[in-house]
Write a protein that binds this ligand. Structure first.
Ligand code: NAD
Length: 275
């Protein structure tokens, strides 16, 4: 059975699925980790909204899941733009009637030594990662409070836990997401809303593939050495984390068996950073 038929028949049959009848908004879901999360949520019966800066790619990713648009919607949204977040989230809720899960995942990477870091690039990084998380969370909470339930998942990083040279705004923003999740966990508890952070190690996505030559240049080492001596150095087995590894963690945090988990961060990294 092809992917679309598999997903549509699951929705039609009301077959068992960990996210049956749930609605999820996933930001930055036209590519990489977010795209895999959207796919795996849809496979588990959720209706998914793929929100991305790249509207064309968002719509394409949604139509790969369901060309009829009954269980997948692609929405253009710059998460750092208040108006676009408000209208994108409203469209998502209007289309599918509720909102159970937000995965705040959209992100970019800009690497440079702190001493030379351009202020506009610093602000852009913090705005996409932190303003984006705040704006989407605020819009999601309004609906989740009405429903008295919800799960919010922030895409952190191992860099939410420890530093790295050349990545000052990324490390700062990813640490900040842990603080935000803890506040949402405290404020949301009375309204049935949980919030957690996933902290992946390096995953081969366009975001990381772009970094490899940049870091090689900055550090004056080969690309192979960036992979071996920087990206995989701290793992227990020299393996990259995969998009599927991260999606499985997101499924766990989104679904009901993880009801007791809130305000936590889950490191998914082949042993890099043991808490
Ligand atoms: P990716 O580049 O494959 O996907 C990122 C997506 O975010 C793209 O589709 C892009 O269009 C979208 N995006 C960028 N700016 C946006 C904006 N302003 N508004 C809405 N969408 C926007 O990258 P990825 O590796 O899948 O990264 C996803 C998340 O995972 C990021 O937050 C990243 O920091 C985090 N992360 C990635 C890794 C890794 O190794 N790849 C590790 C840890 C954490």
């Amino acid at each position: 059975m092809n992917l679309q038929n598999e997903i549509l028949s699951k929705h039609a049959d009301g077959a068992a699925g960990r996210l049956l009848n749930k609605v999820a908004v996933i930001t930055g879901a036209a590519s990489g980790i977010g795209k895999e999360i959207a796919l795996s949520f849809a496979r588990e019966g959720a209706k998914v909204v793929i929100a991305d800066l790249d509207q064309h790619a968002a719509r394409k990713a949604a139509s790969e899941i369901d060309p009829r648009g009954e269980c997948a919607l692609g929405v253009g949204m710059d998460v750092s733009n208040e108006e676009q977040v408000e209208s994108g989230m409203a469209q998502a809720i209007e289309t599918f009637g509720r909102l159970d899960i937000l995965v705040s995942n959209a992100g970019i990477q800009i690497v440079a030594p702190l001493v030379d870091f351009d202020f506009d690039k610093w602000k852009k990084m913090l705005s996409i990662h932190l303003d984006g998380a705040f704006l989407t969370t605020r819009a999601a909470l309004r609906q989740m409070y009405r429903q008295n339930s919800g799960s919010i998942i922030y895409m952190g990083s191992v860099h939410s836990k420890e530093a790295s040279p050349l990545k000052a705004p990324y490390v700062t923003a990813k640490h900040g997401l842990i603080g935000l999740a803890k506040v949402v966990a405290k404020e949301g508890a009375a309204h049935g809303v949980r919030a957690n952070v996933i902290c992946p190690g390096f995953v081969r996505t366009p975001l990381v593939d772009k970094q490899i030559p940049e870091q090689a240049r900055e550090l004056g080492i080969s690309e192979a050495d960036v992979i071996k001596a920087v990206m995989l150095k701290e793992t227990v087995d020299g393996e990259f984390t995969t998009v599927q590894d991260v999606a499985e963690a997101a499924l766990f945090l989104a679904a009901f068996p993880s009801n007791a988990l809130t305000g936590q961060s889950m490191v998914v990294s082949h042993g890099w950073f043991m808490q």
